[in-house]
Design a binder for this molecule. Structure first.
Ligand code: IMP
Length: 179
């Protein structure tokens, strides 16, 4: 593992190593296995960022479950509406299902809030939220993820699915922007 890496104009240093990430993810998987025994949950991974977290988590899930992936498209609306979001790729009928959203990071909380509200409109039995990283100090509105890999300071990170300008998603460790 490299202690420091450069992506474009920025230098990042290693923050969480791959082994530590996987052992924490294994712990989350064992919690979910207990909480969802006999509930046949539907996992919804949020692309692109959550693909590695989702894969790492699913290796440890041993209960009956379904797995699918969705996307949130953000585009700038008018000034009054701010960022408009759109949920795409949800092909399943989620009514009456137990849903677990799998996200890479909760930063301002806007995406997480939007996703949960949007999914609830379709009357699932329950919606819970799993995130690999959580920046509680960056929240713009209250949001409590149900399963959290690591709480981090409000700093910019890359790796393990997370990108800087679409680069760095393939890194095995999580890196933080060096100041
Ligand atoms: P939100 O601000 O909680 O809505 O987060 C929206 C999205 O911003 C996340 O799903 C990530 O894709 C991205 N994001 C937030 N913080 C970081 C970061 O530190 N590195 C890379 N992407 C981030």
């Amino acid at each position: 593992m490299m202690q420091e890496i450069q992506i474009k104009d920025k230098i990042f240093r290693v923050m969480i190593e791959a082994e530590k990430i996987q052992s924490r993810i294994n712990f989350l998987a064992s919690q979910i296995n207990e909480d969802y025994k006999d509930k046949k949950p539907l996992f919804l991974g949020v692309l692109n960022g959550a693909f590695l977290f989702a894969a790492g988590l699913f290796k440890g899930i041993n209960i009956e479950c379904e797995i699918s992936f969705i996307r949130v498209k953000s585009y700038s609306g008018t000034e009054s509406t701010g960022q408009v979001k759109n949920l795409i790729g949800l092909n399943e009928n989620i009514q009456g299902r137990h849903i677990i959203v799998i996200e890479d990071i909760v930063d301002t909380g806007d995406t997480a809030r939007y996703l949960v509200d949007e999914l609830k409109k379709q009357h699932p039995a329950s919606v819970k939220f799993a995130t690999m990283l959580f920046k509680p100090k960056a929240l713009k509105q209250p949001f409590n993820p149900d399963y959290i890999g690591f709480e981090i300071e409000p700093e910019f990170v890359v790796g393990y699915g997370l990108d800087y300008d679409e680069l760095g998603r393939n890194l095995n460790d999580i890196y933080v922007l060096k100041k």
